[in-house]
Unconditional design. Structure first.
Length: 283
C-alpha cells in the first residue's frame, strides 16, 4: 500500500487468485509536463487511443500480483502520449511517455514521475503495446515483466474513462445572490488527469490546478478524485495556503448517468456536501 494514496482499481489475474481490490491515496503532485525526446507525430495508420491493462500473479506464499496500465491519447501536436502506472506489493511507478509507432505496435518511451527515482537524462523504453495478426493485445516489457520475468504478457483494451470536458455547478442557498459557482476543466496529460478548478462564492475566489484519479465504486458509481497540486493565476484563497495532495473535491458519475460534485475539500455553503453538475464535452 502506498501511504497517502486512495484509488479504487479492480484487476482479475491468475485463475487461482481472487479479484484484488487495491486501495491507495492521492499521488504526489506531478511536475509540469515536458516534451519527451524523440516523440514523432503519429502516422494515423492506427488509432491507439484507450486504456490498456495487464496483470500477472503467483499463488505464493505469499501471493503476489503486479498490474500494468497505460492511458494512451493523442496530444494537440498529433503525437501519441501516455500515462503509465506499474504497481504491486513491492513496486509503484508512474511514468510519462511518448509513443513510437510501428505497423502493429506502439512503443512507449518516457521518464518516471516518482520523485524518489530522480531524473534520467534519456527516456527509457517502458513497454510496447503489440497487436498480433489475429488482433490479440499484449505488452512486451524490456528485460521481462516485473514479477514473473516474462517477455510478453496478455493485455486488454477499453476506452478511456469519459472525464475529459468542462464540468460546472452552481447553487444559490438563499434562492438569490450571492451564489456559489464551480468549474472543472478536465483533460488527460502524460502525468494523468489534470484539472483546472475554480470556486467562486461570498468572499471566495479560489483557482487551482489539481490531479485527478479515476476509479469505480461499489454500486456502479464512477469517480474522479481531485488532489491539490498548486494555486493557479487569479487565486484569492483566504486563510492558510493549501498543501500538496490536499483533497480538492470529487466528481461523481452515478449509475443513472447524472454527474455530481462532492465538495469535500472545497469551499461552499455551510452544510452542503454535494450538488448536481453539468458537463460540456470537449470539442
Amino acid at each position: 500500500m502506498i501511504p497517502g494514496r486512495v484509488s479504487f482499481i479492480v484487476w482479475t489475474l491468475h485463475p487461482a487468485l481472487a479479484v484484488l481490490i487495491a486501495l491507495a491515496g492521492p499521488p504526489a503532485p506531478a511536475p509540469e509536463p515536458s516534451p519527451a525526446a524523440d516523440c514523432p507525430v503519429a502516422s494515423g495508420a492506427h488509432d491507439w487511443t484507450g486504456r490498456y491493462e495487464a496483470g500477472e500473479g503467483n499463488e505464493g506464499p505469499p501471493p503476489m500480483v503486479m498490474t500494468y496500465q497505460a492511458d494512451v491519447f493523442r496530444d494537440g501536436d498529433g503525437r501519441w502520449r501516455a500515462y503509465v502506472m506499474i504497481s504491486g506489493q513491492t513496486t509503484y511507478r508512474q511514468l510519462r511517455a511518448c509513443g513510437v509507432e510501428s505497423p502493429r505496435s506502439l512503443e512507449l518511451r518516457g521518464r518516471s514521475l516518482n520523485p524518489d527515482e530522480g531524473v534520467t537524462e534519456e527516456p527509457e523504453s517502458i513497454l510496447t503495446i503489440e497487436r498480433t495478426r489475429r488482433g490479440a493485445l499484449r505488452f512486451r516489457i524490456p528485460g521481462g515483466s516485473y514479477l514473473l520475468d516474462q517477455p510478453v504478457i496478455d493485455a486488454t483494451h477499453r476506452p478511456l474513462p469519459p472525464w475529459a470536458g468542462v464540468f460546472t455547478a452552481e447553487t444559490c442557498p438563499a434562492k438569490e445572490p450571492p451564489c456559489w459557482r464551480y468549474r472543472f476543466d478536465v483533460g488527460l496529460a502524460d502525468d494523468g488527469w489534470r484539472v483546472q478548478a475554480s470556486a467562486d462564492g461570498p468572499d471566495t475566489a479560489e483557482r487551482m490546478v489539481a490531479h485527478g484519479e479515476d476509479g469505480e465504486l461499489a454500486g456502479g458509481n464512477s469517480v474522479l478524485m481531485l488532489a491539490f497540486v498548486r494555486a493557479d493565476p487569479g487565486d484569492a484563497r483566504r486563510g492558510p495556503p493549501r498543501k500538496a495532495q490536499e483533497k480538492a473535491g470529487t466528481l461523481v458519475r452515478r449509475k443513472d448517468g447524472s454527474t455530481w460534485v462532492e465538495l469535500d475539500g472545497l469551499p461552499g455553503p455551510a452544510g452542503l456536501r454535494e450538488l448536481p453538475a453539468t458537463l460540456r464535452k470537449e470539442p
